[in-house]
Design a binder for this molecule. Sequence first.
Ligand code: PMP
Length: 434
Amino acid sequence: MTETVVSSVPAARRTGEPGRLWHTFCDMNTVSRGPEFVVARAEGVWLWDSSGDRYLDGTASLWYCNAGHGRREIADAVHRQMTLLDSYTVYGDFANLPALELSERLAAHAPVADPRVILTCGGGESIDTAAKLARRYWAVTGKPEKTHLISRTGGYHGLHGIGTSISGMERFRAGYGRLLEDTSVVPHDSAAALEAEILRVGPENVAAFFAEPVVGAGGVYLPGPDYFTEVARICDRYGVLFVVDSVICGFARMGNWFGIERFGVTPDMVVFAKGVSSGYVPLGGVVVSGRIADPFWNREGNPFMHGTTYAGHPSACAAAMANLDILEREDLFTVALEVERHLDGALRTLAGHPLVAEVRSGLGVMGAVELTEEALTERGITTADVFAEARSRGVVLRPVPRALLVSPPLIITWEQIDHLVSTLAASLDAVSSR
Ligand code: PMP
């Protein structure tokens, strides 16, 4: 068999000339001068770079590798599927068996009434799908003026057109000219603020409210105990569709299928991606309640004219099915709740560190360690400094402007959690004493 896996850095990359890969979310002015951090191999919670050095993956890549790296059975499932049927569209009346099977399985577990499943290739694509569907739902049920979309501070919903427009982080909205204008952002911790905003805009104009169960990329902000019960009541009262973005929180990261089950509410739509396939192959989607689907499914001549080429990709669905088998067989749902407790306890030991303002954790396998205002402004310490120090010590974390985030694979052991946290502590010390 021909060796098709690239196992060394391309020769052109070793000459000191700028490379050709334009990294996402990256100042290429710095990185193009190299060297890049080339991840060559991964197994379980471990990564190896192209020099053979080993790192603990404290972020499960981008919050997605829930089952851990190197799961041969996912690779085998994809191989089997690709040999049988590589890919085929689900446009029109076309279907494929993995897409049908995955939809049934997700529907069986979704906290959504009478669910239907739209498949996509990722989170941002799913958000735009959900937002367009919300607007179409109101248009076809005689309320075309209901278009306004409300999201939350710190909310991250991908960076497609609508996801950019509803970002709860100004830095992702600025600089592109005019985005969707009938949108607004409310504080993530206040159901009363949502109600006030719906009343300000006029319920007759509001299509949907978007919220992550736990604000993820925005900095791991946990909801108060009654927040979602209140939100669900408010959305219901004013006829606003409640869309939960479970892209990070789904598939056992919060000990259940879609994260939002922790709060006992039933949204109109749930958006998912990442952990559904543990990221082995890109896949996402939207679980839609029967009520929202009804005018499209049960009325003639009313299709939802939306979709993308690779939606329902059978090989991606096969990867997801194998991944879900692992989550269920190893009961990573229960395991995650134990990891959540241990990670929370370990991260909280950092709360007394002089550079640390706050530790946020304890809901899901994720956490944020926020630096003090003094460290960030007066001392000019950046989270990128701490990130770089930790990586040089063999632990990968994720820096956001004010905090270091962690979201390891769910198979992480207590010993590995302690290693992650003690390396973070040592990195804070090192950065502080420079
Ligand atoms: N929603 C949430 C909550 C996310 O965290 C992300 C990605 N980090 C997205 C949507 C976008 O997903 P993608 O990058 O696959 O478009």
